[in-house]
Design a protein around this ligand. Sequence first.
Ligand code: DHE
Length: 551
Amino acid sequence: MRKRKKVLIGGALVFALFAGTYAQQQQKEELPPPPPLTKQEMERAKEIYFDRCAGCHGALRKGATGPALTPDKTRKLGTETLKTFITYGTPGGMPDWGRQGILTPEEVDLMARYIQHDPPPPPELPLGEMKKSWKVYIPPEKRPKKPEHNRNWQNFMAVILRDIGKVAIIDGDTKELVSTVDTGYAVHIARYSASGRYLYTIGRDGKVVLIDLWMKKPDKVAEVKTCYDGRSLDTSKYKGPKGDFLDKLAIIGCYWPPSFVIVDGQTLEPLKIVATSAYTYDTNEFLREARVASIVASHYDPEWVVNVKEAGQIWLVDYSNIHAPKITMIDAERFLHDGGWDASKRYFLVAANFRDTISVVDTKEKKLVKNIKVGTRPHPGRGANIDHPKYGPLWCTGHLGDNTIRCIGTDPVKHPQYAWKVVVKMEMPGEGGGNLFIKTHPKSPHLWADRALNNDPKLQRSLFVFDKNTFQIKKVIEIPPEFQGRAVHLEYNKNGDEVWVAVWGKKNEPEKQAILVYDDKTLTLKKAITGNWVATPTGHFNVYNTMKDIY
Ligand code: DHE
């Protein structure tokens, strides 16, 4: 009897498996074949996909900030529907590549056909290969022992000139251009060493450049390519009983290959690669493409906070012995993206943007504090910290998918009733979201927000200034009409009395672009920094505020 049952169960299992495979087969067969692509078209489409699509949809197209684009989905939609998405975008935040003129109608058609094919497997990048790209232009011993200029370099501003592959260094006091440095393709972010002397940039193609701000004319002193696709980096900022790591190491977060890479902070020599392919925290599914999103450096421990996007895990990486790295893997929420410290710099708050959540991690106790539901697709940048008379310390985020800014209480000791809850919701006028960045400064009474990804051209060019005490809008500023482009990314100067904004326009129209400097007291334009070098400015990073994590 027993034996028979076993056989029956076994038979049922075989049948079920067979039926499952058969159903999958059937489904596969029901899908139309992918539209034809020539070899040349395939190569071109791969480039465009990497450039415009991989960041949100993933190299393997399994989705993250954007939905999955695997052939089982795309072939059902078909070329014409896909073309409409690529041309006009979606209210959920997909850019209107066709309408903006970034992709031509032929390229839109090409991409609609390409994404119906299986994604080609992207290559690996072992340490030996990485080292081939490693160059030290000026070794540490030949660099200046003290600044070779009399400028207030801690108030320099590094401005990314995205599509011309450069970073401009501007003197924040005089607003003069100090230097433009060839950093390579589409720099995404810039960060500084703990002393502020060294500026690091990471390009979308994973190239890292090290710039010495003490040189008479700041220039690159080393470079290396650690990924094919990357977005994040930070430096070692810990000095304390467990060692002195100031200016010693840097970490680079890669989208592809999914990994982080530890490099020497003075030369960029690649030292250690750690793969971040992982099991998702909730379903325990293996993901080859679990990518590194934001990274921050703790000031209190020799530790980096590394956000593994698709796995939904926050890794605390102890760098005191990089050849036996201790990693605390904290389950948080999926699709981690950008985030920043609370004012005490004990708690790190990061957006799990596709889950409408902010995950809070306690870097002292090394545990998740809470997953907090916020608005639709939070996008904090590094967020903005407010010290409010009633609520105490707050950390705020804007959203890609709605017009709100929401603030979370971050003081469980003196303000426990507000801690780890959304206690403030501010609203920006106008339909839709599209906020990319918000910013404030401890000395400022204001919080500023952009709306760079909104579909309305007027809102794309508007800045929203809130009173930090009343949470009411104080002023909506439209950027001057002579400048063409979106107003994107906000940064204070060292004193906290100026706000810098980029007008992000077209590569070939530098005369229509600028970096605008607003007076934070009068909320009026103080200076428009222009010149034939101002092409596609995006992020801009003040030395002092960035090295000290002031936002
Ligand atoms: Fe960013 C930060 C990823 C699109 C400008 N961007 C970040 C960070 C990540 C990220 C993970 C956090 C880095 C950190 O703190 O260590 N960005 C992505 C994407 O995956 C996405 C959605 C699509 C892509 O393909 O890149 C994307 N980002 C953009 C843009 O379109 C922007 C506006 C212009 C560009 O360069 O493409 C842009 N991202 C920025 C900037 C920051 C940033 C300026 C740094 C903000 C800060 O104040 O720290």
